[in-house]
Structures are given as C-alpha cells and as structure tokens.
Design a protein around this ligand. Sequence first.
Ligand code: NAP
Ligand code: F7E
Length: 339
Amino acid sequence: MKRALITGITGQDGSYLADLLLHKGYEVHGVVRRCSTFNTRRLDHIYRDPHDAGRRLFLHYGDVSDASRLVTLLAKVRPDEVYNLAAQSHVRVSFDEPENTGDITGMGTTRLLEAILMSRPETRYYQASSSEMFGATPPPQDESTPFHPRSPYGAAKVYSYWMTRNYREAHGMFTVNGILFNHESPRRGETFVTRKIARAAARIARGLENRVYLGNLDAIRDWGYAPEYVEGMWRMLQLDEPDDYVLATGVATTVREFAEHCFGHVALDWRDHVAHDSAYLRPSEVDALVGDSGKAEAAFGWTAQTRAGDLARIMVEAELKHLETAKAPLAAVPEQMGR
Ligand code: NAP
Ligand code: F7E
C-alpha cells in the first residue's frame, strides 16, 4: 500500500486529494493545524474514529512554520509521496500579512523539503505552485513564461517554485511543480470570488440577502474544477522523470461574466445585486491569467473538462442545496473580513 502525506489536507484541494488517494488505495496522512474551532469540516465525510480498525486516513497536528515537527513527522510517517498544499493562499490577505505569507507559503516549502532530505530523500514531492507567479506577464502563460509576481503571495510562490527545482537539481530528488491556474468547487473558501458570488446568488435567490459587494469585475481568470486538478497533481508524481507542468482550461472569463453565469442560473440579473466596494481591490492587481496546459496533455494526457459556465452551475446548485438542508442559514461573511 502506498503512503502519502498531505500538508493543507483541510483545504479545498487537500480534501479532494485525500478523497482521490483513498479511492486509489493509499494510506493517507494529513497535517492539520491546531485551531480553537474545528477546521476539518471538509474531511467529515472520510473521517473515521481512531478506534476503528482498517482506517486509512490519519491526521497529525503540525504546522509548516515548525521545522522540528516536520522532521519528526516525516521520520515517523516515511511517506512515498508528499503533497505540499499548505499555504496562506489568499492573495488580498497577503498584502495585509506579507511576512506571515512569506513564512508559510515560502519558507514552509524549504522546511518540508529539508525534512524529506533528512529522512527519506527518495520520497516524491509535489509543490502547489500557482499561476499567480506569472502576475503581470500577459497570457497565454505556460511553463516557459517569465514570472512577474504582483503580490506577496505570488512572490512567496516563486521562491517555493525555485526551492523545489533546486532540491531536484542539487540533491537529485523527485520534486515537481504543478503550476495550477484557478480551480474552484463547492469546497472553495467563502472569501474567494467564485464562491463568494455563487453563495450570494443562492442566498439572494432565497430572499436571505439582496446585495453582494465586489472589487475589480474586469479581472480575467482561467477557472477550472478542483477535483480534475487534484487528479493532475497525482499523475505528475507517477511520471518516470520529475518536471514542472501547467494545469489550466485555456478559457478566459471575467469576474463580471462569472457573476452573470451564477445569477443567470437563478434567473436573476447580476446588475441588480452586485455593488462595488474598493476594500476588495488589490494594491497591485493581476489583470489576466489564461493558461496553456499542452505540456501536461502531451506528458500524461490531462485536459480540463469543466468550463466556467458549468462550474458556476455546480457551485450555485451546491449553495442552494446547502440552504435547503441547513437548519439555520449561516450568517453572511463579515464585510471587512470577506476579502
Ligand atoms: P486553501 O483552501 O486555502 O487551503 C490551504 C491549506 O493550508 C489549509 O488546509 C490550511 O489549513 C493550510 N495551512 C495554512 N497555513 C498553514 C500552516 N501554517 N501550516 C500548515 N497548514 C497550513 O487552498 P487551496 O485552494 O486548497 O489550495 C491548495 C494549495 O494550492 C495552496 O498552496 C494554494 O496556494 C495553491 N494553489 C491554489 C490554487 C487554486 O485556485 N485553488 C491555484 C494555484 C495554487 P486551515 O484549514 O487550518 O486554514
Ligand atoms: O480573486 C477579483 C480579484 O481571490 C480572483 C487563489 O487560489 O487563485 C486564487 O487567487 C479575482 C481577482 O482568486 C473580489 O481582484 C473582485 O482579480 O478568487 P480570488 P485569485 O486572487 O485569483 C490563484 C491561482 C492562487 O494561487 C490563489 O491561492 O477576482 N475580485 N472582487 C475579487 N476577489 C475576491 N477574493 N473578493 C472580491 O470581492
């Protein structure tokens, strides 16, 4: 039985990756931050009581800011594959917390790579690199596009990208960068724009609120469906040689168009419900990200299947279903925190 360790297992991608690896017969170990409230909501459906025999999902407290913990954890688990998905992943928040973002999204990678080198260097390593690294460089972007990050988050990811390459070149480790363009789902964090809009469209349709405040509607993103992207992560670690790959749909959609899709799905006109708030603008914006994932298609046959219109439908449907089943609909995300 193969053994994998996932940092960021409680996040959107971590939870889908855990689903996938359990389905493939892996023993899955996840690193979870200690938190005063439960942060394992996305894992509820696969969690099994520690006293149950035969379980294959194991959760361990840990934090990528804590090098000694990573060393002991890697020595204890001795995984065949490590997926480093842990990050302060919110671009707008990275302007408020640039140092913390550098520590977690940047230095966290080095701590983990070093712990692997010390304990089991033959472990295969996946780094969650991001299209945010391309930043100001115009689309289409692929593996040879120069980086020009526009946020502390993007800069931290560029650092992690190069550390991942360096452990491959310097130590011969099997390390890969998956350079993933935006991918979304009903499990997306509530303050990312797709989830924020889908959630608002459903709540407005059910009469729970009337308006959603957004920032830049002109930004262009390449939005795919997260479960397809975690399959791509896994495939990268099954190749004969380590390399770096872009995963993207290749389709450009503006924030405005995504809002049109979501509100259209509940037969509403987005213009009646979307208002502007400059709090959601970024000090420096990434205007357009549209990827070319031809290299991934050629190397391991990966192509994105779901486009933005279908994604909007999937996300709004999930919000509507949630409202039907929730006893008391959750309160709106507080405005100032709803970056
Ligand atoms: P996410 O939902 O924000 O999940 C981030 C995960 O990192 C969570 O499990 C979080 O734990 C964990 N984490 C944060 N700080 C940590 C720390 N100090 N130590 C240990 N764990 C920590 O992000 P995602 O959308 O799943 O993305 C997964 C990875 O891919 C991230 O590295 C992200 O930057 C990158 N990425 C995402 C996209 C995308 O479009 N989704 C595109 C390209 C790259 P809590 O649950 O406790 O907060
Ligand atoms: O913003 C605009 C905003 O926060 C998308 C992360 O997963 O993907 C994600 O980063 C666009 C931006 O995602 C609001 O200005 C308008 O242009 O959903 P987002 P992101 O910044 O693209 C990359 C690939 C990652 O790696 C990151 O980890 O939407 N926008 N109005 C807004 N964005 C937010 N959040 N909230 C608004 O009200």
